[in-house]
Design a binder for this molecule. Structure first.
Ligand code: HEC
Length: 199
């Protein structure tokens, strides 16, 4: 009798164990923990971007410190996104947008024979300094609401640095790289509006 009781209990425990194992196995087959994990990462990534959005959106991140070591080949590759509208060679034709040879350090809206919107100098003075190009290429429409440049912009600071460094090289006399003092003085991503207009 005792033995019988024991056998019953043993059988019940064994059965419970088997059921637990089996349902785990089935659940695994049905849900695929790996997918779940990947989904979770994707969601997390999205959430991080969304969360960081408003702060990063305020102004373009600084790039002056990145220019000296920027990757010119990468810059050249990135100009593919501009080539539908811009030529880059000296004396090249204006297209939808003006030819961009020598644009770094040049006056804004100054390329001969091109009819500009007139809105590019509404902020930040009349010269395409590194800092102005950084802000413009980050979000053209935010920089100049009335601009004719229908281009979304370059989100990554490294990409803007690479393309601006490449644009700088398109000149017989490239302007000087930013000095250590200029780099140190470059405003952080969220600078007060008063400073912005003082430039
Ligand atoms: C869809 C066409 C288009 C694309 C793509 C485009 N641009 Fe432009 N770009 C324009 C137009 C149009 C203007 C003139 C803007 C105005 O007058 O408001 C312009 C103006 C500029 C200027 C100012 C030039 C000056 O003489 O003042 C710079 C610098 C510039 N673009 C850089 C770029 C770079 C770098 C890229 C690629 C990352 C790019 N653009 C992509 C159309 C484009």
């Amino acid at each position: 009798m005792n033995n019988m009781e024991f056998n019953k209990i043993f059988a019940a425990v064994l059965l419970a164990g088997i059921i637990a194992m089996f349902s785990g196995f089935v659940a695994n087959k049905l849900v695929h923990p790996k997918d779940l994990k990947e989904d979770a990462v994707a969601v997390e990534g999205g959430a991080v971007v969304a969360g960081a959005g408003p702060a990063v959106e305020a102004t373009a991140e600084p790039i002056l410190a990145l220019l000296a070591d920027a990757d010119l080949d990468k810059g050249l590759k990135l100009t593919k996104a501009c080539a539908a509208c811009h030529s880059f060679d000296q004396g090249g034709p204006n297209g939808v947008g003006p030819n961009l040879y020598g644009v770094v350090g040049a006056n804004k809206q100054a390329h001969a024979g091109y009819s500009y919107s007139g809105s590019l100098n509404e902020q930040g003075g009349n010269v395409w300094t590194y800092a102005e190009l950084n802000k413009f290429l980050w979000k053209p429409k935010k920089y100049a609401a009335g601009t004719k440049m229908n281009y979304i912009g370059l989100k990554k600071p490294e990409d803007r640095a690479a393309i601006i460094a490449y644009l700088r090289s398109l000149s017989a006399n490239p302007i000087a790289l930013p000095s250590a003092a200029e780099i140190a003085a470059e405003a952080p991503a969220e600078k007060p509006a008063s400073e912005e207009s003082a430039q």
